[in-house]
Design a protein around this ligand. Structure first.
Ligand code: FAD
Length: 484
């Protein structure tokens, strides 16, 4: 059983784990906090800035663990993968043979790419510094690649790649379905034309930096490095083997039916039907009947929470997406075990304006809130669900445009019960608001509209906007003054 003298133990040196460990170490300066992590570098948040009530910006730096230990003398970082968890005994064991008893444990082990197929050398996933470098190396010799997936990573990749033809296979009717509707996708598509890929446009966004001295190292087991984040490709040249700029060809509403090696392909019926596909290291057959040869395939089809080492012998409740289910105090179903970041799935009834998305900002918020909940339980205090879970908000950048997403930005879960107002100036901005019963429930702001704070307030205060109608997006009205 746990004793009060046992330390707090956190697993995972990504944003969730480090934020959680820092918060506990500063709140309990005379208690020991252990951070056990598979990766040699830890991710720390710097230059945190609360942009508005819920929008936040920060830089992320990969640092050696000594920097963290220097800041908090009671925080010890152990670089070793956790192999075993025995919740009844309140102990974890690491690959290097060390055993740690805990009074409270927080699992922040992140997630790994959901690959189209395991152990196929022609299929790459991008997750950490190592996999990004492998991708860059393979790309430098490639003339054509197939990118499968429609989330943030696929969007960034397709935009950033130069000197290589990209076949982009998505299962939806429009690009970026995770973040945008078809209208926003139409606004962004011209940016994919080779001569439009203007990377010099200024753009405010959270910066991600890596410590150059440590870049390239990852977890000892090679698979457990921290997830990359915004701007992961900055300073990494994503250039293929062709001199000319890249061409992107989209295949909509399809998935991968089958992947063929060169040898299998030439013996297959697909070769007989598509004899003009040419010589490539690998071939992809899509469910829409199309087939392509390519140098390799990037699988950017989401992530799977890293729960494996913790499940054996324990009784964790898992969500449908295999995340550790947590309650509104970030507690898993096992006593004294909390979870935060990508490894967990919320099990509470969320606010009507918030949804979980496996993003950078939520990893930080969950890590911080989990630490406060752990502390509250130890101190026998009560704690309310943090305000950050009230309204979904995210600032990022796609295709060099600043992108702000608020609330039910894609009318998630609203069925037909909503209307949309859209303002679009080609090449400059795309503004969409989601209204239901005259109240604003969400917004997508692409470009420098500067409307985020006003819209955030309108969403939070749920003011009845019926009488403003389309005037709400009239560019000649200074909406900020209007609602002041
Ligand atoms: P991670 O950062 O993955 O950290 C998990 C930690 O756990 C790692 O240190 C790992 O080594 C450790 N670990 C795992 N298993 C074990 C074990 N058994 N024992 C010990 N340690 C273990 N988000 C955005 O908001 N905006 C973006 O633009 C964006 N771009 C992205 C681009 C890429 C290529 C990728 C991969 C992700 C991107 N994300 C982005 C997502 C974002 O990076 C993640 O949501 C966030 O980093 C998750 O943080 P985390 O702490 O939960 O997990």
């Amino acid at each position: 059983m746990a004793s009060d003298r046992d330390p707090f133990v956190i697993v995972g040196g990504g944003i969730a784990g480090v934020t959680c460990a820092e918060q506990l170490a500063s709140q309990f300066p005379s208690e020991e906090v252990y951070l056990l992590t598979a990766s040699p570098l830890v991710k720390t948040v710097t230059n945190f800035k609360q942009v508005s009530k819920t929008l936040e910006e920060f830089n992320v730096e990969e640092q050696p663990s000594s920097v963290l230990e220097g800041k908090y003398p009671n925080l010890k970082v152990i670089q070793s993968t956790v192999k075993l968890l025995q919740v009844k005994q309140h102990l974890v064991q690491t690959e290097n043979g060390q055993t740690f008893h805990y009074k409270k444990l927080c699992l922040c082990s992140g997630a790994r790419p959901k690959l189209l197929t395991q152990d196929n050398p022609h299929v790459l996933g991008i997750r950490d510094t190592d996999s990004a470098q492998e991708f860059q190396k393979r790309l430098s010799k490639a003339k054509r690649i197939v990118v499968v997936g429609n989330g943030g990573i696929a969007l960034e990749l397709v935009y950033e790649i130069e000197g290589c033809e990209v076949i982009w296979a998505i299962k939806d009717k429009a690009i970026g379905n995770t973040f945008f509707d078809a209208g926003a996708a139409q606004f962004l598509i011209p940016s994919l034309e080779p001569d439009k890929k203007d990377r010099s446009l200024p753009c405010k966004r959270a910066r991600y930096t890596t410590d150059k001295t440590g870049a390239g190292q990852s977890g000892v087991s090679g698979e457990l490095g921290s997830a990359l984040g915004p701007d992961w490709h900055e300073g990494v040249e994503l250039r293929g083997a062709e001199k000319s700029s890249s061409r992107t060809h989209m295949e909509y509403e399809c998935e991968v039916e089958k992947i063929y090696t060169q040898q299998d392909f030439f013996m297959s019926d697909l070769n007989k039907e598509n004899s003009k596909l040419g010589m490539w290291p690998v071939y992809v057959q899509l469910t829409n009947g199309m087939a392509y040869g390519c140098d390799f395939i990037v699988s950017a089809t989401g992530v799977v929470p890293n729960t494996d080492p913790f499940l054996c012998g324990n009784n964790f409740e898992l969500a449908a997406d295999h995340g550790l289910k947590v309650d509104d105090h970030m507690r898993t179903s096992e006593q004294d075990v909390y979870a935060a970041g990508e490894v967990c799935t919320i099990g509470w009834e969320p606010s009507p304006l918030w949804q979980q998305m496996r993003l950078w900002t939520q990893a930080r918020q969950m890590g911080w809130y989990a630490a406060r909940c752990m502390a509250a339980e130890v101190l026998e205090e009560s704690i309310d669900l943090d305000f950050c879970f009230e309204l979904f908000s995210h600032i990022t950048k796609f295709f060099n445009y600043k992108v702000v997403l608020l609330g039910k930005f894609n009318a998630q879960g609203l069925g037909q019960d909503h209307e949309l107002l859209v303002r679009c100036t080609k090449g400059r901005e795309y503004v969409k608001v989601v209204l239901s019963g005259g109240r604003m429930l969400g917004a997508v702001l692409i470009g420098d509209s500067d409307l985020e704070e006003t819209f955030e307030n309108l969403i939070l205060n749920q003011m009845d906007l019926s009488r403003y109608g389309e005037e709400l997006l009239n560019p000649n009205i200074d909406i900020e003054d209007y609602f002041d």
